[in-house]
Design a protein around this ligand. Structure first.
Ligand SMILES: Cc1cc2nc3c(=O)[nH]c(=O)nc-3n(C[C@H](O)[C@H](O)[C@H](O)COP(=O)(O)OP(=O)(O)OC[C@H]3O[C@@H](n4cnc5c(N)ncnc54)[C@H](O)[C@@H]3O)c2cc1C
Length: 206
């Protein structure tokens, strides 16, 4: 067990046996996910924005246009909630009530800050690129001065959090087991398809 991210806010009240507050368990879900939904309050109103992210240690790194409202808000420093969901299966039960989903999901909270140190920013760009395709950073052209000037980087420190997961088949009422309707799990796996080369790459190098 690593450090616990349990706080009054992250304590899972509904089906707590499905949860864990272990930082390592939270990191496993964060590292397996591709898209994070960031939630924060702006002008007193809640807002959700999906983003690419990468984790370095206890921080989540986010990047975007310097002009974007999101990056300006995160760079100014605010409290952020982040959700990452991995869908593992559709659970088909005999009753409407017991239909469910198998999943691993992480919800974490923490303060944001602007990342301005050039080395730290470059580490963030590398982590974000490597998350999309491991090993790619060393092959591509890195960001140039103009691109760096246009891009803001923010970090969210993971201070609180939890993972929740569901596995297994439907949990039907005993009285429904005799119903002649199919029941079980339809697994869902996110997998990468066969790469489709860019036509210009193909013309030059294919
Ligand atoms: C793909 C998917 C589909 C779902 N569909 C449904 C649905 O249709 N109906 C339904 O009731 N629930 C559904 N859930 C579960 C849902 O996410 C909540 O856990 C549940 O509804 C309880 O909400 P609550 O606010 O009462 O939780 P509480 O237990 O009161 O939440 C307290 C704290 O626990 C943590 N927490 C709660 N839920 C999660 C989570 N999923 N992952 C990580 N941390 C969490 C958060 O820190 C939260 O602040 C689904 C979850 C996933 C991932």
């Amino acid at each position: 067990m690593s450090e616990s991210l349990k706080t009054p806010r992250t304590q899972i009240r509904r089906l707590p046996k499905r949860g864990s507050y272990d930082r390592a368990a939270v990191n496993l879900v964060l590292d397996a996910g591709q898209v994070a939904t960031l939630g924060f309050v702006q002008d007193g109103k809640p807002l959700l924005i999906p983003m690419v992210y990468a984790r370095i240690g206890e921080e989540l790194l986010i990047h975007g246009s310097k002009l974007s409202r999101l990056m300006q808000t995160l760079s100014a420093g605010t409290e952020v909630a982040v959700a990452v969901t991995l869908l593992d299966g559709l659970v088909l039960a005999r009753s409407a009530f017991h239909h469910s989903m198998n999943y691993r999901s992480a919800v974490v909270f923490g303060p944001s800050r602007a990342v301005t140190d050039p080395d730290e920013r470059m580490k963030a760009f590398k982590a974000l690129t490597e998350k999309v395709s491991p090993g790619r950073w060393d092959k591509i052209r890195g960001p140039n001065r103009k691109e760096l000037a246009a891009t803001a980087v923010a970090a969210i420190t993971i201070r609180e959090g939890a993972v929740k997961s569901r596995t297994g088949g439907p949990v039907d009422d005993a009285a429904d087991l005799a119903l002649p309707v199919w029941a079980g799990v339809i697994p869902i796996t996110e997998k990468r398809g066969r790469p489709v080369p860019d036509p210009e790459w193909k013309r030059r190098f294919g």
